[in-house]
Write a protein that binds this ligand. Sequence first.
Ligand code: GLC
Ligand code: CA
Length: 541
Amino acid sequence: MRDYWYKRAVFYELYIRGFQDSNGDGMGDIPGMTSRLEYLKRLGIDCIWLLPMYPSPGHDDGYDIMDFKSINPEFGTLTDFQLFLDKAHMLGIRVIADLVLNHTSNTHPWFLEAKKGPSSPYHDYFVWSDNPDKYANVPIIFQKSETSNWAWCHECGKYYWHRFFTHQPDLNYDNPKVREEMLGIVRFWLDKGLDGFRMDAVPYLYEREGTLCEGLPETHEFLKTIRRLIDESYPDAVLIAEANQWPEDLRQYFGDGDELHMAFNFPLMPRLFMAIRQEHHGPVVDIIRRTPELPENCQWAMFLRNHDELTLAMCTDEERDYMFKEYAKDPQMKLYSGIRRRLYPLLEKDIGKVQLLNAVLFTIPGSPVIYYGDEIGMGDNIYMGDRDGVRTPMHWDDNRNAGFSSCNPSKLYAPVITDPDFSYTSANVQVEELIPSSILNWMKRLIHLRRLFPSFSNGKLRFIFAENKKILSYFVEYDGERMLCVFNMASSSQPLNIDLSEFAGCRPVEVFGGAEFPPIGELPYQLALGPYGFYLFELCG
Ligand code: GLC
Ligand code: CA
């Protein structure tokens, strides 16, 4: 069995603007983040995922790109980036970055040229139409901001296609020049030493009449072309799909292990929040049973939160209503078909629930992705626009601006969180590193444990169905190692009887503390779990 680094890795999603300001202009930058690499080393993560670092007018926080082969001057220079990459590698940390294939900013020179009309060599880089009725069935993603996927271009006298904001024209993948440009961009960054990409919005590359224009065969074909380039020239790099789709559709982005290495598990994420609220293992069990097996060289990317709203796109209407009712009591918390809140506020600052969900996330086979700030229990600001309230400055200490910047507080790109419940004066790296029982130190232990037991990254999962539906329990097994994971999804203490007779004679050892539990016999094994309690056991002997 081959060891694939990305299957073992813990990822850390990092927002450059919000991480560390080095020059006092109120905005995080690359030298700032370089100076914080030792912190990430101490945390124990293996790979950083950088949100877009490219020049951009910033109408979609950098997902609107003006130049794919350069660095946003607000963040630094290409030299700063190279220094960052080299230092990360020296510390044994890999780095991947967002790659936005689907669209550019409307200020990208390609689009400025394309607008001039069909005589421009760049006109065909984008998708144009004389009328806005083409592809009529295609859903609008940013419902609250957009009314059509077509926008009128006055200069060109035609409509252009955009799946996201109006200012993000979609590239035309039917044009071989576009495909070549994008392959060139992939090479450009991997030649600099980048370790791969989080591939933004991959389902939407091609459009065809009469379809939803999502995940078309042509799109998969181009993704496979990128993969061939990776396998030939950069065999250690990883590609992670952002495709907000149902399990059957998601499965296609892996191909036969010849397309993308990883994909975010969008369907599982909201169901973890449902299960803990309903105090029932059902939502998690159902979706995992519906999730197809992956080829051996592939892996799920597992997450609880990210830089976007907690998306409920992969929910039924009923499930969505339930999630809104339980997790977005204030209408300010809703955005698009999701909820713009961070992990801690969502879980009502209950450390038991936070530990429980993270423990599930880190033990179901897949590679976890931590969203910056969630490891210290940062709060959010639901009164900021769009998704900005989950992108506020990282809390480093209890000094001015939470140690993020030396600037005048009014100059910060976004205010630090000062709500009494989540204030940076207590929820910060410096304070939490000193408190043994802090969530930060607990996350460090969890990351360490995942590394000790390869079952958590490579294992096969088998559910155990006990009578008590409030308990989620499963085995994960790999290469002779057997782990038993038991979670109480309820706010009250629960008894559990499970049939473990196939392991009669084994001794369960709890992995956080090392305590040995009574040996397993032929009779049902009995356990008691406190509110939101859980056990991770290695079955020894
Ligand atoms: C992805 C990003 C999101 C962005 C969108 C358009 O979904 O996660 O932040 O707005 O793509 O690029
Ligand atoms: Ca700065």
